[in-house]
Design a protein around this ligand. Structure first.
Ligand code: H2B
Ligand code: FE
Length: 308
């Protein structure tokens, strides 16, 4: 039988409290795990996600001086690298985020402002989330052009390292690409394929997500550049991924879906997309090969999924 899946945008409200480890209870090797002040602050911020409902504006967070400093450290380090390593789509959007969304080292941008900006660009919106969602829930959100974003900041003791998504990763890595129409289409394609998919197929789609939205690189003229958020928000891996140390293979979803990957070390292999349009077409083809007794379409007028 088909697993349950969200049919209307408001169905996403039910994901709020289903977060995996590290969401509320930080795992023990987390830099913030033993810092009670950090934990209390995290709980304060994740209250927003816990009670957030579809259609509400995302509440403003007044970030502390320490949080702004952590954000600034990450911001300065990464923006210095983008000109040499980020794909052209990321570089095109970044100045617009500075102009319209308060990006810069002196303040932490607000999710609500960014969500409105993305809505104007591609129809994508952000929803605050308490921590890691299951792959199924997270991918299902993409079918509605919804990206679940954390709202808290990594621990100040190691500004350039975080074992989990945080606001720096979301804002510097993910957000710029969701402003690009082809990338938005590509991401939604993975999301649509995930609706009602079997557990095995969710695993395959999560792997494709991993090697594209998180760790994807793409050909750009005679160069390769990064578009994956995990790369764009990691100063070490960003340079490494484009060097001749790892393996670079062509983006073929059926092969990508079977690739094993480490989550705490640099990737030994990356997949090179020719363009977001090409990647979307390939994912659609792959999705059609999956075993699901129906196909789906998103109706943007009613914000709901239609079964075909
Ligand atoms: N949850 C959240 N909150 N952010 C993510 O980036 C994320 C997630 N990634 N759940 C998902 C899992 C990804 O690793 C794939 C789809 O499993
Ligand atoms: Fe991410």
């Amino acid at each position: 039988s088909t697993p349950w899946f969200p049919r209307k945008m408001i169905d996403l409200d039910s994901f709020a409290e289903k977060v995996l480890e590290m969401g509320e209870e930080l795992s023990s090797d987390h830099p913030g795990a033993k810092d009670p002040i950090y934990r209390a602050r995290r709980n304060e911020i994740t209250q927003i996600a816990r009670t957030y409902k579809t259609g509400q504006p995302i509440p403003h967070v007044e970030y502390t001086k320490q949080e702004v400093e952590t954000w600034a450290a990450v911001f300065e380090k990464l923006t210095g690298m983008f000109p040499n390593f980020a794909c052209r789509e990321h570089q095109h959007v970044f100045p617009l985020l500075v102009q319209n969304c308060g990006y810069g080292p002196s303040q932490v941008p607000q999710l609500e402002v960014i969500s409105k900006f993305l809505k104007d660009c591609t129809g994508f919106t952000l929803r605050p989330v308490m921590g890691l969602l299951t792959s199924r829930d997270f991918l299902n959100g993409l079918a509605f052009r919804v990206f679940h974003s954390t709202q808290y900041i990594r621990h100040h003791s190691s500004p350039l390292y975080t074992p989990e998504p945080d606001l720096c990763h979301e804002l510097l890595g993910h957000v710029p690409l969701f402003a690009n129409p082809d990338f938005a289409d590509f991401s939604q394609e993975i999301g649509l394929a995930s609706l009602g998919a079997s557990d095995e197929d969710i695993e395959r789609l999560a792997t494709i997500y991993w090697f594209t939205v998180e760790f994807g690189i793409c050909r750009q003229g005679d160069q390769i550049r990064a578009y994956g958020a995990g790369l764009l928000s990691s100063f070490g891996e960003l340079e490494y991924s484009l060097s001749d140390k790892p393996e670079h293979r062509p983006f073929e979803p059926a092969k990508v879906a079977q690739q094993k990957y480490p989550i705490t070390e640099y990737q030994p292999v990356y997949f090179v997309a020719e363009s977001f349009k090409d990647a979307q077409m390939r994912v659609r083809e792959f999705a059609n090969s999956l075993n699901r007794p129906f196909s789906v379409r998103y109706n943007a007028y009613t914000e709901s999924i239609e079964l075909l």
